[in-house]
Design a protein around this ligand. Structure first.
Ligand code: PLP
Length: 399
C-alpha cells in the first residue's frame, strides 16, 4: 500500500488503490504541484500532460467527462458550470468576427438571445431558419458559415432535427454541426449520427435532481484541447468550469440516467395518449401522427422511448395560467421552468423560457401563447396523475 501523504489529494486517493472504490475520489484542489520548474513550463507549452490548475482540468471533472464521452461516443468531453456556459464557450471557440452561423429558429430562449442580441455586437452574423426545412438551411449557408446549430429535439416545439442531412450540408460548406441534446440524452446519439460537437445542459435530465446547474461539451480531443488552450481557449479564458464537488454528484446521478429516461418516456407516452383521447391539441413525438414521429424513429435509440417532453395548446396565456395553478394545487408537480426533474414540471413557454423570442417571431414559428410545456416526472402512479389533471380540465370546462 502506498504511503499516505495528507498534503496531496492525489496520493490520498492512491492510498486506496489496492481496494475498489465504488465512487471515484473527489479532488477539490484548485492548483497542483510540479516536481520541477521545467515540468511546469513543459505543461504550459502543452508538451507534458499534467493537472496544472482546476480552471483547466480537475481529476474529478475528468472522471465525469470520461463517462460523458463514453455515453456520447466522443473522444473527450469537458464539463461547465451551466448549459449556457457550454453553449457560449463552444460558439465563441468556433466563430470569430466576420463569421456566420445558421441556427434553428426554435432553440432554448437563452441560446436564441445570445445569438440574436449578443453575437452581432462582436461581428458574428446569425441567420435563423426552420431547421426541419433542409432547403431553407442550404439557402442560408454562406462561404463564411462556420457553424450550423440546432437541438436534436427543439425547445419548445419538439421538432426533430435530421442530423445526418444537416451534417452533409455543414460539411459541404466546411462548417461544424453543433447539436444541443439536452432534451434527449441517450435517446439520440448526435455524435454517432454525424454531429461534430454535442452540448448539454446537465441541469436537466442528465443530473435529474434539480440541485445544480451544469453543462457539458462532448467532442473530439482536438476541439476539447482547443477549448482549454491557455492562450486562446474559451474554457480557459472565460472560466466557465464546473465545480468538482458538483461534478462528483452529477457523475453518480449519471448511472441512473438510462432507467430514468425509460420511465420519463413511459409516463409521457401515457399522458400524451390520454390528452389525445380527450381531444386536446397535444404535441408528443411518440404519437404516430406527430409530425416528428417518423424522423425520430429513423434516428433514435428505441429502447429509451420518445422522451419526457410533451406540450398541449390551451390557446390563451390566461387559460394556460389558470390550468397550471390548478395542477400545482392538485399536487401534480410544480409550475416552474426547467426540465428533467423527477417531479413533473410545467410552464407556459411563450411567457417564460421562450420569452426572449419576440412575440411576432413566436407566432411565425408556430409557438402558441397558450402552450403548456410538460417535463413529465418519474411518477410511480401515472394513472392517478392523469386523474388529477383531468379534474383541472373539467374544472375549467375544457372537458
Ligand atoms: N439548452 C436547452 C435545450 C435548455 O432548455 C436550457 C435551459 O433551459 C439550456 C440549454 C441552458 O442550460 P442552463 O440553464 O443549464 O444554462
Amino acid at each position: 500500500m502506498k504511503k499516505f501523504n495528507p498534503a496531496t489529494g492525489l496520493e490520498q486517493s492512491a492510498h486506496l488503490s489496492d481496494q475498489f472504490m465504488v465512487n471515484p475520489p473527489i479532488t477539490d484542489s484548485a492548483t497542483y504541484a510540479f516536481e520541477s520548474g521545467e515540468d511546469m513550463t513543459a505543461c504550459f507549452h502543452g508538451e507534458k500532460e499534467a493537472f496544472l490548475y482546476s480552471r483547466h482540468w480537475n481529476p474529478t471533472n475528468m472522471e465525469l467527462s470520461k463517462a460523458l464521452a463514453a455515453m456520447e461516443g466522443t473522444e473527450m468531453a469537458w464539463v461547465t458550470g451551466s448549459g449556457m456556459a457550454a453553449i457560449t464557450s463552444t460558439i465563441l471557440q468556433l466563430c470569430k468576427s466576420g463569421d456566420h452561423i445558421v441556427s434553428s429558429m426554435t432553440t432554448y430562449g437563452g441560446t436564441f438571445a445570445f445569438m440574436k442580441n449578443w453575437l452581432p455586437d462582436y461581428g458574428i452574423e446569425v441567420d435563423f431558419v426552420d431547421i426541419t426545412n433542409l432547403e431553407q438551411v442550404k439557402k442560408a449557408m454562406k462561404p463564411n458559415t462556420k457553424m450550423v446549430y440546432t437541438e436534436t429535439m427543439t425547445n419548445p416545439l419538439l421538432q426533430i432535427s435530421d442530423v445526418p442531412e444537416l451534417k452533409k450540408i455543414s460539411e459541404e460548406f466546411g462548417a461544424k454541426l453543433v447539436i444541443d441534446n439536452t432534451f434527449t440524452p441517450l435517446i439520440f446519439s448526435p455524435y454517432k449520427l454525424g454531429a461534430d460537437i454535442v452540448v448539454y445542459s446537465m441541469t436537466k435530465f442528465v443530473n435529474g435532481k434539480n440541485d445544480a446547474t451544469a453543462g457539458a461539451i462532448c467532442a473530439s480531443e482536438e476541439f476539447i484541447n482547443s477549448l482549454i488552450d491557455v492562450n486562446n481557449g474559451t474554457a480557459m479564458l472565460l472560466g466557465p468550469v464546473l465545480e468538482p464537488l458538483r461534478a462528483s454528484s452529477i457523475h453518480k446521478n449519471l448511472f441512473t440516467l438510462p432507467i430514468r429516461m425509460k420511465k420519463h418516456s413511459e409516463n409521457a407516452m401515457f399522458l400524451a395518449k390520454k390528452f389525445k383521447e380527450a381531444g386536446l391539441k397535444v404535441n408528443y413525438t411518440g404519437l404516430p401522427d406527430n409530425r416528428g414521429h417518423q424522423e425520430m424513429k429513423r434516428q433514435m435509440n428505441e429502447e429509451f422511448g420518445f422522451g419526457g417532453m410533451i406540450s398541449i395548446d390551451l390557446e390563451t396565456k390566461e387559460r394556460a395560467s389558470e390550468f397550471m395553478s390548478c395542477m400545482q394545487q392538485e399536487g401534480i408537480g410544480y409550475l416552474a421552468v426547467s426540465l428533467g426533474y423527477f417531479r413533473t414540471l410545467f410552464s407556459n413557454s411563450g411567457t417564460s423560457t421562450s420569452s426572449e423570442i419576440p412575440e411576432d417571431l413566436q407566432k411565425e414559428m408556430g409557438l402558441s401563447e397558450g402552450l403548456v410545456r410538460y417535463s413529465v416526472g418519474l411518477d410511480f402512479d401515472i394513472e392517478e396523475t392523469y386523474l388529477k389533471i383531468e379534474k383541472c380540465l373539467k374544472k375549467m370546462g375544457i372537458l
